[in-house]
Ligand binder design. Structure first.
Ligand SMILES: Cc1cc2nc3c(=O)[nH]c(=O)nc-3n(C[C@H](O)[C@H](O)[C@H](O)COP(=O)(O)O)c2cc1C
Length: 141
């Protein structure tokens, strides 16, 4: 059965741009081997990641990711069965949301930022899951 898993975390203080690139490249290779798809979103000091695939496979991956020193304060937002993949074709899509001002952003990117900020401030954890749905539509372009 296909499951979706979503978490939010905080980048480690000494994380470099290269580190993020390495994470994405390694994830793309590894995930393709295990039929895992998903997206990694970086915004300010946070990561929001969503992985989908075999329930056992993604939980095992999550347990590895959780221990990774390149981020901390990992909080699980979703681990549940899904009807179909949101990111089929993406072994690990990556999106950097970097604008601090939302004014010039397309509506959906601004919605993603808003969602992440609400999760970070503990106002609404489900916003993380909603953000992933918005992001999947954005990636379909
Ligand atoms: C934010 C973040 C996201 C990650 N996402 C993935 C991922 O989607 N797939 C993956 O294989 N590793 C991911 N990793 C790396 C894992 O924590 C771990 O280093 C890696 O899976 C080990 O790979 P190995 O089993 O080939 O040694 C991520 C790490 C971080 C910090």
């Amino acid at each position: 059965m296909i499951y979706g898993l979503c978490y939010i975390s905080k980048k480690s203080a000494d994380l470099k741009k290269d580190d993020v690139q390495n994470i994405v490249l390694h994830s793309q290779k590894n995930n393709a081997l295990n039929e895992i798809t998903g997206v990694l979103i970086a915004y300010k000091s946070h990561f929001l990641q969503y992985i989908e695939g075999d329930s056992v496979e993604i939980y095992a991956l999550y347990n590895k990711i959780k221990e990774d020193k390149r981020h901390l304060a990992v909080q699980l937002l979703q681990y549940s069965p899904i009807e179909s993949r949101l990111f089929s074709g993406w072994s690990m899509a990556f999106k950097q949301l970097s604008k601090s001002t939302k004014v010039d952003l397309p509506k959906s990117e601004a919605e993603c930022i808003n969602g992440i900020e609400q999760v970070v401030s503990h106002k609404a954890f489900w916003k993380g899951v909603e953000t992933i749905e918005v992001m999947s539509n954005l990636m379909k372009g």
